[in-house]
Design a protein around this ligand. Structure first.
Ligand code: COA
Length: 162
């Protein structure tokens, strides 16, 4: 599998992939308004608009074609992390996130997790920063993590144990 920046001409297929993944996993938890709002947000036009505003898009590709995608906005906010249903739980989401982090400039990375995805984001090192919210029908849990993995300080040189 290859994870790399998506080409502009690949965005329509990635948009469809995200919509397919959303309809299977997230739409059942959303109201009609939420589904409509999301499908607009995930359209090729909306993705292109975010790219024009500086967002970076990554795609994950294997022999089947695109199997996952993710965007990062403003150097700090991950959105549109979607893996095709048949490719989930095989490390694709983790690899997409690992590819996005070096594109981030902020120390703290944020995401609005759909309720079904909170478990995955917890495994990716994100923690809740607020309770679940609903905006325009979109249900999400605000979460954040440091860009760099937390490393415990090494012991001081010359430190003694007694
Ligand atoms: C959520 C999603 C992006 C995760 O990507 P993925 O490729 O399936 O996840 P990975 O295989 O990289 O798994 C990473 C870890 O999260 C765990 N995980 C994945 N999905 C999970 C879930 N729904 N609940 C709990 N844990 C989950 C995996 O077990 C793995 O744990 P490990 O590190 O202990 O082995 C993907 O499942 C998806 O597209 N879901 C549907 C759409 C969606 O909800 N997108 C998020 C919108 S905010």
């Amino acid at each position: 599998m290859t994870v790399r920046r998506a080409l502009t001409e690949e965005l329509p297929a990635l948009s469809l992939l995200a919509q397919r993944s959303f309809m299977a996993a997230v739409a059942p938890l959303y109201s009609e308004l939420g589904v409509r709002t999301f499908l607009e947000f995930a359209s090729t036009e909306a993705m292109l608009k975010r790219v024009a505003q500086g967002a970076v898009t990554y795609g994950a590709y294997d022999a089947r074609g695109g199997v996952g995608m993710a965007q990062v906005r403003g150097g700090s906010h991950v959105c549109m992390l979607f893996v095709a249903p048949e490719a989930q739980r095989q490390g694709v989401g983790r690899r997409l996130l690992a590819a996005l982090l070096p594109e981030c400039t902020a120390e703290v990375i944020t995401v609005n997790a759909s309720p079904n995805a909170e478990g995955a984001y917890l495994r990716f090192g994100f923690r809740r920063t607020a309770e679940e919210q609903t905006v325009d029908g979109i249900r999400f849990i605000p979460m954040a993590r440091p860009r760099e993995p937390v490393v415990l300080d090494p012991p001081f040189r010359g430190e003694t144990t007694n």
